[in-house]
Ligand binder design. Structure first.
Ligand SMILES: [Zn+2]
Length: 868
């Protein structure tokens, strides 16, 4: 077999046709070598990639003495760059050089094991030590479970859920009470996207709106969704963004009007701006079925600073739910998805999106053990830049360098380019969309050669970018919170293989990061003006009971024109005030509208949408029970309290940053604290994140072996009880019990299975557990067609573990060879279950008796079906 190492050797010797068969660092080295860039400008890049390729080969073979032959002079590569990268070069013949690995890079200012660089270079491994022992670089826990047949029908490539947690999340998203808000936390690489999108596509019609933070992410998802859901015949354009071709945008809008746009991917800005007016009629007619907020941790980290529209998405969601309910339709199901969520973020999201209504939490988080953490001693800002440049001669690619400010990003990128790293790109908030796309393509090598290996940027970069083989994240800054730091390092090693975090702090860092985080929109000085304007305009609506009706369409004096965004900001002010206990918000009765006998379709539509627009703007409020006089002083005091609360949680996280930098405790412990919480919010969300750390600079690092990854303890998320009730007919057959026993004689089950499943699912059963041989039968595989939600949870019978679907009204078919557990026959809690057993099967508690003789209610299968 020709290895990547042999192939890259051929490319370096002048056979570029081999480039197409290369991948990872080998491909990057070939792309750099064969590029048009002058040698001196890419000397650093070439040196670092040669080092990475040699280390990779050393790590997978267990020998460090490999040699690459390379015509350095011919390409005008500066040999001193190779020297800086710790490589030995030796002249070979007239024009060529031999290059091999030198000593391990171990600068005195870096804490942590320098061999972790070798380990990360080995990815995707395995890593072979000098004594021949092999260690996998793969570090992700995997517990696949069979996918529900209905999901497989729309996504044929998926045979398994990645984890029981993913199954719980998807089923909950599809089957929960639509009025409840669902928060989902699933670790990176465990399939969040399908949890957000499948529930909408399982239904025969309806629109799912997905809020995404960046255009890059929206375009990436658009491309993936067409491949993943071929059966759903999705429209060609799913992502709406302002730079999209005008005709394509118009096509999306037209399909939204017709209700045929199954999926809409958009930014908070687009949704609360030009799309809001199209979503309201969609909701009013019950055709907006799902609303998904992806990367939901950003509502807090970005929504409270430079992307405030993340906050008012919540107000839009509130409006759309009201509009749907008022029209007598099911409101859209709301799901917030993220990979890591601090308690503070969860609480904020819940307050904004669920308000006082119900919410649910399905979360399973574990710390990423792909990562090894290295930490530099504190330096002056100038010395830090020198260290970044030194480090870039050694660290594996692709790499991201994070800075706090765009100015610093530009400075570092310029210095890197001067030092021979021309394959460096800069990315921050001011880079236009076209340029962003160019940077991403050049970085990932999608559709052409790679043109950059390093991206220097602010935290805006890398979010949701589907680049799974990032091997290094450097922090040339101190992030304001542990949450932000962890989100950023989490962009490395998404393929599950070993990767590095290299943190290089400098004097004066902390204040820089905090200043950025400090700007907070909630309850700012404009909020009082908004409230004052709404109250003044609504004065005449005062009722004797103290309530009054406000018009969120009012334009406060600091704004000059009415707009959807203005209206949503007004509503957001009311949400903030309700949360602060200043007011309570009440529901208004929707307008009763009837079409006039002679009214044309156009006139009726126009009148109706005008009335609806008016209704949506109205909010009925009264002052909070403990508020006597709502003046500016009271208002400011409440806003202060809110800000202090946010700051307090922030400072807890900042304190953890200091603990990481102090390197007294294993970082796994500090990180687990950031993400562990108990009984947060109204849904009592609890998340236990075990301390797991494969390598950190702390003196008391927990996990000893040098190369093997720590194994995180995973607490899989179970489905919460969704409170689903079966039909009253099925309830009657249960006669007040939690389980109904149905018996069958010899061969009756297979003959009646289709009828039994149809009867049960039509009567509200949404879970089926059966022995594996039955699961392949068409009756079970197509059970979901009798469910409005388009899904029935199907689990194979497991003898020791309770099936997941017990959180739903279920049909449990016992294994004729075994005995059903007592929890089926005499459950103490949970929804109704129909337990199907052979006629003569004996009872688990009284083995001398047949189940049918001692358990009640009990029906034989024919009676059961006749009565249902
Ligand atoms: Zn540790």
């Amino acid at each position: 077999m020709t290895t990547q190492f042999d192939l890259i050797q051929r490319v370096l010797l002048g056979y570029p046709e081999q480039t197409q068969n290369l991948s990872g660092p080998h491909r990057r080295l070939a792309d750099a070598w064969t590029s048009d860039l002058p040698g001196p400008e890419i000397s650093g890049d070439v040196a670092a990639l040669l080092g990475q390729v040699l280390r990779h080969h050393a790590a997978v073979t267990g020998r460090r003495n490999h040699i690459l032959e390379i015509p350095l002079d011919q390409r005008a590569i500066d040999r001193t760059a190779l020297c800086r990268a710790g490589l030995h070069t030796e002249r070979f013949g007239a024009t060529h050089h031999h290059v091999r690995l030198g000593d391990v890079w171990a600068p005195h200012w870096l804490h942590g094991d320098p061999h972790w660089v070798d380990l990360a270079c080995a990815s995707p491994g395995p890593f072979t030590s000098a004594d021949g022992t092999q260690t996998p670089t793969y570090a992700r826990p995997t517990h696949p479970v069979p996918v529900d047949p209905a999901v497989q029908a729309i996504a044929p490539g998926i045979d398994y859920y990645r984890s029981p947690s993913q199954a719980s999340a998807l089923r909950t998203a599809a089957l929960a009470d639509p009025a409840a808000t669902l928060h989902v936390v699933l670790p990176t690489g465990t399939g969040k996207t399908i949890v957000g999108l499948a529930p909408g596509l399982l239904r025969s019609r309806g629109t799912t709106v997905v809020v995404l933070p960046t255009i890059a992410l929206a375009l990436d998802q658009e491309r993936q969704l067409h491949q993943r859901f071929p059966a759903s015949k999705l429209a060609p354009e799913l992502a709406y963004y302002s730079d999209r071709d005008e005709q394509e945008r118009a096509a999306i809008k037209q399909r939204l009007r017709e209700g045929t746009q199954r999926i809409l991917l958009a930014s908070p800005e687009a949704l609360t701006g030009e799309l809001a007016f199209l979503l309201r009629p969609l909701a009013a007619e019950g055709r907006l079925t799902h609303f998904v907020i992806d990367e939901a941790h950003l509502v807090r980290t970005w929504g409270l600073s430079f992307r405030p529209k993340f906050q008012i998405v919540a107000s839009l969601v509130g409006e759309l739910r009201e509009v749907a309910a008022a029209g007598g339709n099911t409101p859209p199901r709301v799901v917030l998805l993220t990979a890591t969520l601090s308690a503070a973020s969860l609480l904020l999201n819940d307050q904004l999106f669920a308000g006082s209504a119900d919410s649910l939490f399905v979360g399973s988080a574990y710390l990423r053990t792909e990562l090894r953490y290295l930490l530099g001693t504190r330096a002056s800002p100038a010395d830090r830049i020198d260290r970044v440049i030194e480090a870039m001669h050694h660290l594996p690619r692709p790499a991201i360098v994070y800075t706090a400010k765009k100015g610093t990003a530009e400075t570092i990128a310029a210095r890197l380019k001067e030092a021979g790293f021309a394959r460096t790109a800069v990315f921050h908030g001011d880079i236009g969309p076209a340029e962003r796309l160019g940077i991403l393509q050049g970085w990932s090598g999608d559709g052409g050669p790679t043109t950059s290996d390093i991206v220097v940027g602010t935290s805006a970069f890398g979010l949701g970018v589907d680049q799974s083989d990032v091997r290094t994240v450097v922090h040339a800054c101190v992030p304001a919170s542990v949450d932000r730091y962890y989100q950023e390092v989490g962009r490395a090693g998404r393929d599950g293989h070993a990767a590095l975090s290299v943190w290089l702090p400098a004097d004066g860092d902390v204040t820089e990061g905090q200043q950025i985080e400090k700007t907070t929109v909630i309850g700012d000085d404009k909020a009082w003006k908004r409230w004052d304007a709404m109250r003044t305009a609504g004065r005449h609506t005062h009722q004797a009971d103290g309530s009054f009706t406000l018009d969120t369409g009012v334009v406060p004096e600091h704004n000059d024109r009415p707009s959807d965004a203005n209206q949503l900001w007004n509503r957001n002010t009311l949400v903030f005030m309700e949360r602060a206990g200043l007011i309570t918000v009440e529901r208004l009765d929707p307008p009763v509208l009837e079409r006039g006998p002679d009214e044309s379709e156009t006139a009726w539509q126009a009148r109706r949408s005008k009335q609806w627009a008016h209704f949506v703007r109205q909010v009925k409020v009264r002052l909070g029970p403990s508020v006597a006089n709502l003046d500016q002083q009271t208002f400011e005091a409440a806003a202060q309290r809110q800000r202090r609360q946010i700051k307090d949680t922030e400072s807890a996280s900042t304190a953890r940053i200091r603990r990481l930098l102090a390197k007294d405790e294993c970082w796994g412990r500090v990180l687990s604290e950031e993400y562990s919480y108990t009984a947060v919010g109204s849904m009592h969300a609890t998340q236990n994140v075990a301390a797991a750390c494969s390598g950190c600079p702390a003196d008391r690092h927990l996990h000893e072996p040098r190369h093997r990854a720590a194994r995180p303890l995973v607490a899989e998320a179970r489905m919460p009880d969704l409170g689903r009730q079966p039909s009253s007919a099925l309830e009657r057959l249960g006669a007040g019990h939690r389980s109904i026993v149905v018996t069958y004689a010899d061969d009756r089950l297979r003959r009646s299975l289709s009828t039994l499943i149809q009867a049960c699912v039509t009567n509200g059963v949404r879970g089926i557990a059966a022995p594996a041989p039955l699961l392949a039968l068409p009756a079970i595989r197509s059970a979901a067609r009798f469910a409005d939600e388009g899904i029935v949870a199907v689990d194979p019978l497991r003898t020791r573990k309770a099936p997941v679907c017990l959180a739903l009204p279920s049909l449990l078919i016992a294994d004729p060879e075994g005995t059903p557990p007592m929890s089926w026959l005499a459950p103490t809690r949970g929804p109704l279950r129909v337990v199907v057993v052979p006629e003569h099967m004996n009872d688990p508690e009284y083995p001398d008796e047949a189940i049918k003789n001692i358990r009640s209610p009990h029906w034989n299968i024919d009676d059961f079906l006749r009565r249902l």
